[in-house]
Design a protein around this ligand. Structure first.
Ligand SMILES: Nc1ncnc2c1ncn2[C@@H]1O[C@H](COP(=O)(O)OP(=O)(O)OP(=O)(O)O)[C@@H](O)[C@H]1O
Ligand SMILES: [Mg+2]
Length: 346
């Protein structure tokens, strides 16, 4: 009875704490917050700038044009918490944005976990979310959440494969009968693609390009495979020899060449997961294929590239970047029924 009363006085929320974006959803209300995982810190007071409010969109606006006494920091790196205190402060503000009334009790929260999160990393996430204002915290696999979020038939006795490629990590999993039957998490995502692009331009074109410019170029003009030498996009940087600014035109074929190594590693990781399956489950994948989600999965022709490499059908989900939070939201909406299958430390 007490549990029922608590539930009627508080919300169940879902949190996808991402390397680049943090999303928060509330059961019955949908995704309420989707903001960059950044915090602006006043170096003088060592506190969060703008009277403790400079997180997410507000902090991102400051990034790049920061006064010298304000530094923009990223509390999540490669899918794990890099700065515990800042992460907690960021989550407190973002969670606060979902709270409709001060009279409501703190929420229960379901948070996404990467496959390879260590015990220490899990504890850091659980503690951060609890200290940011959750009454109870549950953890669920991000890959499973992505599979549910894109609508794969996870409960059925057939295998479904998902690969969620974010900014910092790629979560790969095969699910069947409501369980993850094979999985891997690799530190490959948009940021690794951008670094590969910067390295390529420096080595082969003698142009030093910043990561934000590389990201813009990848989003606008990137491709996982292409033999198009005609269509070119311009990128600005600094000449590696003279140090003077100049621009360069890059073709789609060159983009694919620059991204070849991280893409090959991604394909190898998916292949390893598929090869670890039994014959029946592997055969299911030959029919149903692999679904891609996550913001960085929107790289042009990534589906074609992976399909060629793996010999199975590959498709990009609708609204790929929202897959994990949609799945976590479904979990939060069925929390009492599903909680025995979730990880909890409280
Ligand atoms: N249209 C697009 N085409 C290609 N890449 C894109 C596009 N839009 C966003 N991205 C990339 O998606 C990435 C962010 O995706 P997402 O929000 O899924 O990451 P995240 O959840 O914060 O990271 P992670 O899950 O790795 O911790 C960035 O690297 C961004 O450059
Ligand atoms: Mg993500």
């Amino acid at each position: 009875m007490l549990a029922g009363l608590l539930r009627s006085l508080s919300d169940d929320v879902a949190i996808d704490l991402g390397t680049e974006n943090t999303r928060v959803a509330v059961a019955g209300r949908g995704v309420i917050v989707s903001e960059p995982s950044v915090v602006a810190v006043d170096l003088g007071t060592r506190r969060i700038a703008a009277r403790g409010l400079a997180v997410g969109h507000l902090a991102k606006q400051i990034e790049g044009r920061t006064p010298s006494d304000i530094e923009v920091r990223h509390p999540v790196r490669e899918g794990v918490i890099a700065d515990f205190q800042l992460c907690e402060a960021m989550l407190r503000i973002l969670l606060g944005k979902t709270r409709q009334s001060r009279l409501r009790l703190p929420p229960r929260a379901v948070v996404g976990l990467t496959q390879t999160a260590t015990e220490v990393e899990r504890r850091a996430i659980f503690n951060s979310v609890a200290r940011a204002g959750a009454r109870k915290v549950f953890g669920w696999s991000k890959a499973m959440a992505a599979a549910v979020g894109v609508g794969l038939p996870v409960a059925e006795p057939t295998a479904s494969a998902i690969c969620d490629i974010g900014a910092g990590t790629a979560e790969i999993a095969v699910v069947s009968l409501g369980r993850v039957v094979a999985a891997r998490s690799v530190r490959i995502g948009g940021q690794v693609f951008d670094q590969a692009l910067c390295d390529h331009l420096k080595r082969h074109r003698r142009l030093r390009v910043g990561l934000p410019s590389a990201e813009q170029l990848r989003i606008a003009h990137g491709a996982a495979q292409s033999d198009d030498d005609e269509a070119r996009a311009e990128v600005a940087g600094v000449d590696a020899a003279t140090g003077l600014p100049r621009t360069l035109a890059v073709s789609r074929a060159e983009m694919a060449q620059a991204l070849a190594e991280p893409l090959r590693k991604l394909a190898d990781a998916v292949r390893e997961v598929v090869e670890s399956l039994g014959i029946e489950l592997a055969a299911d994948l030959a029919r149903h294929g692999l679904t891609l989600s996550g913001g960085a999965a929107q790289l042009a022709r990534l589906d074609r590239f992976l399909s060629d490499q793996l010999g199975i059908p590959v498709q990009l989900a609708v609204d790929p970047a929202g897959a994990v939070i949609r799945g976590l939201l479904t979990c939060a909406e069925h929390l009492d029924a599903w909680k025995s299958a979730l990880v909890s430390v409280h």
